[in-house]
Design a protein around this ligand. Structure first.
Ligand code: NAD
Length: 380
């Protein structure tokens, strides 16, 4: 059984799917591991370290992709410089494990099905206790939440903590976190550690206790509808609820020095939480970091991948923040992927068992079919 780690070609992608430690573990189990030359370079893992862990370094990309049973990567398959998709490099019937963004870009799933690839999407791993060690959405969202606060602190023309100095007292920064999922909770914890006064808001009332346990105030909005969908995710809410929410949060946005938005609804455009009118009410020098920038943005003024100044307010729309911390992002992702490998490989042989709920949920294409109804619907 051969496993290969691809070098990422997406320009913003600095992560790598396995780090040397995890390679060593797979080799110990009797698996052959190929690593593409330079695959770990942008996350500071050298070919020499991979070789020392028991991997074979392969310089020929077509050979690496075409002669492996399981190909591991981070970003969804891309179009190569020669105009061919990376998907075309895989041998028919091979397994691909990666983030695939199957709901946002279902065309890749179609390409994978056409090539009869068994594709497991790291986004589709269920958020259950048993799947926790494979939950790459959580491991990466946590990095994003942390980094968002650091970016905001660096851009804010103020201190975060309260300071009592001989030259006078500095009031602590006020930080408002919108969306208290994995990224939002890590953002709260990080902002608190830096000494800010933190408020948070989410349409899922269940997060109130978690928010409070991190030392933040929960901003409550009573809505007359169910806001939680299957799997604990947020639902898209009605126009009336959106209106009600905006009325409540507007005051908190206005009074904050920093707003960090993390709200998402799986498979849909990110909800618009911060309107132009709200930004116009903020104090000059305030900062917004919009973690939903590449899903359409939670803030009306966000431009994905850009820092802009609008009416004196800096609005930062980072893309792929986990990739900006590639050592730990890769370490955690590699652990997630390796845990999934333990589920798929028994006695050195590949077993794709659809009676296992994790495999069933994560596997988007197999034997020429798109297995997931939501992905099929997204293609229509
Ligand atoms: P996410 O990235 O999908 O969304 C981020 C947050 O935005 C969520 O908390 C969501 O409720 C919120 N949101 C959506 N629409 C909003 C709106 N209009 N206004 C304000 N907030 C809004 O979320 P996530 O971090 O991936 O977590 C999703 C779910 O998965 C949560 O229930 C979380 O607790 C659960 N989870 C479970 C496990 C586990 O049990 N192993 C692990 C991780 C996450």
């Amino acid at each position: 059984m051969r496993i290969a780690v691809a070098k990422e070609i997406e320009v913003c992608e600095r992560r790598v799917a396995l780090i040397p430690d995890t390679v060593a573990r797979l080799v110990k189990q009797g698996l052959e591991v190929w690593v593409e030359k330079g695959a770990g370079e942008r996350s500071f893992f050298s070919d020499t370290d991979y070789e020392a862990a028991g991997a074979t370094i392969i310089g020929d990309t077509a050979k690496l992709w075409g002669e492996t049973d399981i190909l591991l990567k981070v970003s969804p398959p891309q179009e190569r410089e020669d105009g061919r998709s990376e998907v075309d490099l895989l041998k028919e019937g091979a397994v691909l494990v990666s983030f695939l963004n199957p709901l946002g870009n279902p065309v890749v799933a179609e390409q994978l099905a056409n090539r009869k690839i068994t594709a497991l999407s790291m986004e589709m791993i269920p958020r259950t206790t048993r799947a926790q060690s494979m939950d790459a959405l959580s491991s990466q969202a946590s990095l994003a939440g942390y980094k968002a606060v650091l970016i905001a602190a660096a851009a804010l023309p103020k201190y975060f903590p309260m300071l009592t100095t001989a030259a006078g007292t500095i009031a602590p920064a006020k930080v408002f976190i919108m969306g208290a999922g994995v990224a939002g909770l890590q953002a709260i914890a990080t902002a608190r550690r830096l000494g800010a006064v933190v408020e948070a808001f989410d349409i899922r009332p269940a997060v109130k206790e978690e928010v409070q346990s991190l030392g933040a105030k929960f901003v409550e909005v009573k809505l007359d509808e169910e806001t939680v969908a299957a799997g604990g995710y947020a639902k898209e809410i009605s126009e009336a609820s959106k209106q009600r929410t905006q009325e409540v949060v507007a005051e908190h946005v206005k009074n904050s020095d920093v707003v960090i938005t993390t709200a998402q609804v799986p498979g849909r455009q990110a909800p618009r939480l911060v309107t132009e009118e709200m930004v116009a009410q903020m104090k000059p020098g305030s900062v917004i970091v919009d973690l939903a920038a590449d899903q359409g943005g939670n803030c009306a003024c966000t431009e994905p991948g850009k820092d802009i100044v609008w009416n004196g307010v800096t609005i930062i729309g980072p893309i792929n923040l986990p990739s900006s911390m590639p050592i730990h992002a890769s370490q955690l992702y590699a652990k997630n992927v390796t845990s999934l490998m333990q589920l798929l490989i028994k006695d050195k042989a590949l077993r794709v068992d659809f009676s296992d709920d994790i495999v069933d949920a994560a596997c988007v294409t197999h034997a020429g079919e798109i297995r997931n109804q939501r992905v099929r619907d997204a293609l229509q």
